[in-house]
Design a protein around this ligand. Structure first.
Ligand code: PLP
Length: 379
């Protein structure tokens, strides 16, 4: 089945009791049992919920995986993966990641004796050099937030394969419409469903998708034991969001390309970070592993001052000043003071994230209106 069809039909069987074409919102905490221990596969809603089950099946199908698990947020999904590990285990991860992932690793899990090694994963050799006998997980994010760095997933998979090292990829920025890491050799795909999968800025949710049944059992055990499950209403909203993922991503990509090119030719704009530029260092890999380049763009101003960046950030009207991304409406964000404020300034600057960097989540409005808005704001 082609992706556009999958997005609409994945996990969507008519409700057997009524024929309802849409999956009902099973707003229940428990299920009546016919006799002690005799049930219809649903015992208690932390462990099983039919709305969540339909969503988890949909998530698996659209990521070309066998199993999906939904969590109450993206970071809860990441948290579940790290809970597969035991003290002393080592994780190799990107030095340019979503700030909340970095915070979870450094501020929570380091205290439990998990060792994180931060490397530039865009160079595969940095990852292979960091592998030791204690390495149990490689955690990738590509494209990265906010610098749009691209890591070659298949190349990293060739490093982890056969070594008892799991490869997990945060696929939030690309979405399953543009990139499918399991096809490239990853063991686990993680999503902040909050972003493109939900697509309408109205839900917080996370997901994990995998092929291995044992791995699914371990992660399901963590999901039900630790309890970071999403409610049925949120699962319903995401099932609805997924139906339009194909058309939304097409529009995000078209608008993203127009705006990235417009920014690049603006006299007051400095560097523009977007993997669709042929001179982007990750262009060849992005072209190989992604179907299109997405609607996330970062840029610097030639006047590289925080004040000027803040002036632009406060001057747009269609682009709303907010954290998050991936919704139908355009957002503008200042990583240094907003999404990435949890990374110490020194670390940020070292990794190329300047104080004046501006990040755009390009929505699906008319591109001309969006460009007009940026034109007035940048001046
Ligand atoms: C937002 C985000 C997360 C965290 O997801 P939440 O749903 O906010 O918990 C993780 N990774 C990336 C790339 C993100 O953009």
């Amino acid at each position: 089945m082609k992706p556009a069809t999958k997005f609409i039909h994945a996990g969507a069987e008519p409700d057997p009791s009524t024929g309802s074409i849409m999956t009902p919102i099973f707003q229940t905490s428990t299920y009546v049992q016919e006799a002690p221990g005799v049930n219809k596969g649903f015992e208690y809603a932390r462990s099983q919920n039919p709305t969540r089950k339909a969503l988890e099946e949909a998530l698996a199908i659209i990521e070309n995986g066998k199993f999906g698990l939904a969590f109450s947020s993206g970071v809860a999904a990441t948290d579940a993966v790290i809970k597969l590990l035991t003290p002393g285990d080592e994780v190799i991860c990107a030095n340019d990641m979503y700030g909340g992932t970095y915070r979870l690793f450094t501020k929570v899990f380091e205290r439990f004796g998990i060792v994180f090694k931060y490397v530039d994963t865009t160079n595969t050799k940095n990852v292979s050099d960091a592998v030791t006998l204690k390495t149990k997980l490689v955690w990738l994010e590509t494209p990265t937030n906010p610098l749009m760095n691209i890591t070659d997933i298949a190349a990293i998979a060739s490093v982890t394969k056969g070594k008892n090292i799991l490869l997990a990829v945060d696929n939030t920025f690309a979405s399953p419409a543009l990139q499918n890491p399991l096809d490239l050799g990853a063991d686990i795909v993680m999503h902040s469903v909050t972003k493109y999968l939900g697509g309408h800025s109205d839900v917080i949710q996370g997901a994990l998708i995998m092929n291995d049944a044992d791995l699914r059992e371990k992660l399901y055990f963590i999901q039900k034991s630790c309890g970071a499950v999403p409610g049925p209403m949120d699962c319903f909203l995401v099932l609805r969001g997924i139906k339009t993922l194909g058309v939304r991503m097409k529009a995000h990509c078209e608008n993203g390309a127009k705006i990235a090119n417009w920014l690049r030719h603006h006299s007051k704009v400095g560097k523009v970070y977007w993997p669709g530029f042929e001179d982007h260092p990750g262009y060849a890999v992005a072209k190989k592993q992604m179907k299109d380049f997405g609607g996330m763009i970062s840029f610097e101003l030639k006047n590289d001052s925080v004040e000027e960046a803040k002036r632009v950030l406060s001057s747009t009207h269609l682009f709303s000043l907010a954290e998050s991304l991936g919704g139908v409406e355009s957002l503008i964000n200042h990583p240094a003071s907003m999404t990435h404020a949890s990374i110490p300034r020194e670390e940020r600057i070292k990794n190329g994230l300047s104080d004046s960097l501006i990040r755009l989540s390009v929505g699906i409005e008319d591109a001309d209106d969006l460009i007009e808005d940026l034109k007035k704001a940048i001046g």
